[in-house]
Design a binder for this molecule. Structure first.
Ligand code: 13P
Length: 254
């Protein structure tokens, strides 16, 4: 049994003071985290201490949107996984398609980031997803599984609860186009089979595979209903308290 995870990736939005207001409103409206669902917020680095302070004791987890591939050192502008972990973060996104695309991050670099996140005690949320051209050529699955394999090169999570994979088709991010529930399910299943080949069936059975890409209150329930999809990595719809709360409530009782 996998507990669904609803994670809000705020990307480069909100100031620390806006984040404080959001956390307060969200916790007021949410009350306690409902049983049977896990909730996480992934704000940009300067907002993490605010998340640590405001979310303490609430049961809502938080994490970073990226970490360095290096442990420590003279790497100006980088943020170490150990720095993020020390704040009490649970998660770190690695390999988001925006980083792969705008900063040319390779899967080999993503594998190093995944390893650093794990060493620091964080749970990586490893993102994979195909561009539109790959889907149109009928090569979506091959593209995603190759990306997954290379991003996990040398990566040995201590257990299935220490890895989350997010399938985010590039053409569905911020475009209003979502994968159909069938497409999301087929890819989530293929990802799980690849994880089974890599880490064994019992491990793969317990890893959460999320879908991400234009998730909205109107389309989330149908995607969540698919057996291999264990939650969502939500961009735009996580910025407003009301829509994120609706998404969390839709995931309860799956
Ligand atoms: P949107 O939900 O805004 O499409 O973003 C998805 C995403 O990239 C989450 O990581």
């Amino acid at each position: 049994m996998r507990t669904p995870l609803v994670a809000g990736n705020w990307k480069m939005h909100k100031t620390p003071s806006e984040a404080r207001v959001w956390f307060n409103e969200f916790l007021d409206e949410l009350g306690a985290v409902p049983p049977g669902v896990e909730v996480a917020v992934l704000p940009s680095f300067p907002l993490l201490p605010v998340a640590a302070e405001e979310l303490a004791g609430s049961g809502v987890a938080f994490g970073a949107q990226d970490v360095s591939a290096h442990t420590w050192g003279a790497y100006t502008g980088e943020v170490a996984a150990l720095q993020v972990a020390d704040l009490g973060a649970r998660y770190a996104v690695v390999g988001h398609s925006e980083r792969r695309r705008y900063w040319q991050e390779s899967s080999e670099l993503v594998a190093a980031k995944t390893a650093r996140a794990l060493e620091a005690g964080l749970t990586p949320i490893l993102c994979v997803g195909e561009p539109l051209e790959a889907r149109e050529r009928g090569e979506a699955e091959g593209f995603v599984l190759d990306q997954l394999r290379r991003s996990l090169q040398g990566v040995e999570p201590a257990g299935p609860d220490r890895l989350v994979v997010a399938y985010e088709p590039v053409w569905a991010i911020g475009t209003g186009r979502t994968a159909t529930p069938n497409d999301a399910e087929a890819m989530a299943m293929a990802i799980r089979e690849e994880l089974a080949a890599r880490y064994g069936a019992a491990f793969a059975e317990r890893v959460r595979v999320l879908y991400g890409g234009s998730i909205k209150p109107e389309n989330f329930a149908a995607i969540l209903a698919r057996p291999n999809v264990d939650g969502g990595l939500v961009g735009g719809a996580s910025l407003e308290v009301a829509s994120f709360l609706t998404l969390v409530r839709l995931a309860v009782g799956l």
